[in-house]
Design a protein around this ligand. Structure first.
Ligand code: PLP
Length: 362
């Protein structure tokens, strides 16, 4: 029972398919990772992965889907390089560790480029215990874009519903918020996320960008750093992470077979309800630091009465086959990631363990 935050658990059928096809892909007598990225065998996988993503998320024709490398962290740098021009300014909504990092990387670029970045809203003061509302953000209506993070993986803080920060183009880090529920990407100018949270292995980064926004990106950067060039090349500008994209294909095919986003969303919401229910049932022992209305359905964080008990909790859970429960080293506590491939039965087992542990140790 793997509750890792990322890289995270993958659906067993997607892995079994990879195992079965490993030595002989599509009757070719070799593995998919030994094929040319320009050959028809790999290109079929590449195009199928893109098409599955477009279908599952109902991505409109106005938006490009890209498979890039370098993780979400690379996007922290590439977004300002492309879309924050000299003399321009970008707004940041800071609700946790990841949006802090995005802001820091954009600041480095702004200093080089003669541009600026602003913090339009931050919930750091309360210790990142909630999302920031659009009506409390001090937005610059002339901003080149506003960047925010829909789910803060470390702090367990998530926007429950889609929001919009002003009129500037919306750019979102959706790494740990990707493809667990239906989201209309049409209002966003650019969204991105590393695959290793919910849709595949590390090494693949998904970017969905509005064509007109992507076309407006800075044109004097090296080609490899321009979204436009990757879009024009169908994400085959240079050698893509072929095996990673193949695994993404397997995961997306599994998700579609399960009934798509409506089905997985019901399943994910039920898992989150079980876990928050277990925290609430022993509220004197377990404490979720995140305010109601901002609690993440993907990364559930909570504390026990002492760090010593938290360590014991993690150790005893491990003996019962549950791994990945230790909170991020920067915040401590417990973190349970409930991505798509986490089976409801695992969450039931964890909830039962929590109940027993609170009885024994509380
Ligand atoms: C994991 C994560 C990142 C960093 O992803 P990398 O692929 O390691 O660069 C950025 N933002 C969020 C919200 C994340 O969950």
């Amino acid at each position: 029972m793997n509750f890792n935050a990322g890289p995270a658990t993958l659906p067993l059928p997607a892995l079994e398919r990879a195992r079965d096809e490993l030595l002989d892909f599509a009757g070719s007598g070799m593995s998919v990772m030994e094929h040319s990225h320009r050959g028809k065998e790999y290109e079929a996988v590449h195009d199928e992965a893109l098409a599955l993503l477009r279908r599952l998320l109902a991505v409109p024709a106005t938006h490009e889907i890209l498979f890039l490398q370098g993780g979400a962290s690379m996007q922290f740098a590439l977004v300002p390089m492309s879309f924050l021009p000299p003399g321009g300014s970008a707004d940041f909504v800071v609700t946790g560790a990841w949006s802090e990092k995005a802001h820091a990387e954009a600041s480095a670029w702004a200093a080089l480029a003669g541009a600026s970045v602003r913090v339009a809203a931050s919930t750091k003061e309360g210790g990142y215990r909630r999302v920031a509302r659009p009506d409390e953000a001090k937005l610059d209506e002339g901003a080149a874009y506003v960047h925010w993070t829909t789910n803060e993986t470390i702090h367990g803080v998530q926007y429950p519903e889609p929001v919009r920060f002003g009129r500037a183009p919306q750019v979102c880090d959706m790494s740990s918020d990707f493809l667990w529920r239906k989201v209309d990407v049409a209002p966003f100018s650019l969204v991105y996320g590393g695959a290793q949270k919910n849709i595949g292995p590390s090494g693949v980064t998904v970017v969905i960008g509005a064509r007109d926004f992507v076309d407006r990106g800075r044109k004097d950067l090296p080609n490899i750093l321009q979204y436009r060039a990757h879009a024009e090349a169908n994400s085959l500008l240079n050698t893509p992470p072929t095996f990673g994209i193949y695994l993404v294909r397997n995961v997306l095919a599994w998700l579609e077979g399960l009934g798509g986003l409506d089905a997985i969303e019901r399943r994910n919401r039920a898992k989150a309800a079980v876990l928050y229910g277990a925290i609430g049932a022993d509220a004197g022992f377990y404490r979720c630091p995140v305010e109601e209305g901002s609690r993440s359905a993907m990364n559930v964080v909570f504390r026990l009465p002492s760090e010593e008990l938290e360590k014991r909790f993690v150790d005893e859970a491990k003996k019962q086959g549950m791994v990945g429960l230790k909170g991020h080293r920067s915040v401590g506590g417990i973190r349970v990631s409930l991505y798509n491939a986490v089976e409801p039965g695992w969450v039931d087992a964890l909830a039962q363990f929590m109940k027993d542990f609170a009885r024994r140790a509380g």
